[in-house]
Design a protein around this ligand. Structure first.
Ligand SMILES: *[C@@H]1O[C@H](CO)[C@@H](O)[C@H](O)[C@H]1NC(C)=O
Ligand SMILES: [Ca+2]
Length: 224
């Protein structure tokens, strides 16, 4: 009976949206288990914009954002590679290497990525600077039950994690839209100005589940 009550409470907690304004997730150790699972009922994307902020000193491969569907483990993946200044963007299991971005360690970076099914073009933004637009996949939408994980990279739907691709550091301000944001909107997000929160994933009303050692704390602010 106690276990049942506890499980019900856990379910309720996971399902209740929380306003995480001013907060960050801390991933304090390298594991193949610790993650934040983000829930969304959207199962049909004709376009995507994802924005988040990340702070890490990792020099190795690591996932910044991993979205899978049953048919595609890398339906939308932002993957920092060991190669300096190279970030891999995977959309519908097709990847492109984005080069020349200044991804410095121990710095908060605003990372955004966009894609739409009509043109098939994807683009990465780092701290308000865009990459070139590259072709990934067109005509079909991202379809099926989506599993979003922060902290781990999915090699299969909801699993297949590798500690050597895990994220260690801090993540915040995760928002996901089912349309492509304009460059001005991406700048507003990057600069912390007013922007329309994600209509699929909203940091101010986040439905999520923490698995393993991930801490939620106030974002550090610099003292004057
Ligand atoms: C998915 O959305 C597209 C429009 O982008 C629509 O034409 C299609 O019917 C939708 N598919 C499903 C299974 O809902
Ligand atoms: Ca992997």
């Amino acid at each position: 009976m106690k276990i049942l009550v506890f499980l019900v409470m856990l379910t309720v907690c996971a399902a209740t949206p929380q306003d995480l304004s001013g907060k960050m997730f801390i991933f304090p150790e390298e594991t193949n288990t610790a993650q934040v699972k983000i829930e969304t009922s959207t199962e049909n994307f004709s376009a995507v914009t994802i924005c988040l902020r990340a702070f890490t000193d990792l020099a190795r491969n690591h996932a910044l954002f991993s979205l899978s569907t049953p048919s595609s483990a890398n339906d939308f993946l932002i993957f920092k590679r060991t190669v300096a200044d190279e970030i891999q963007l995977h959309i519908k299991n097709t990847f492109q290497n984005v080069r020349g971005l200044e991804y410095k360690p121990n710095t908060w970076h605003a990372v955004c990525a966009t894609w739409d099914a009509v043109s098939g073009l994807g683009q990465l933004w780092l701290d308000g600077k865009s990459s070139v637009k590259r072709f990934f996949s067109s005509e079909s939408n991202i379809m099926g039950t989506t599993v979003i994980t922060l902290g781990q990279e999915q090699d299969n739907h909801g699993g297949g994690f590798d500690s050597k691709q895990s994220f260690v550091g801090m993540l915040a301000d995760v928002n996901l839209w089912n349309y492509v944001l304009s460059p001005c909107e991406i700048h507003d997000y990057t600069d912390g100005l007013n922007f329309t929160p994600g209509n699929v994933v909203n940091w101010r009303a986040l439905e999520f589940e923490i698995i393993g050692r991930v801490l939620l704390e106030n974002k550090q602010v610099n003292c004057d």
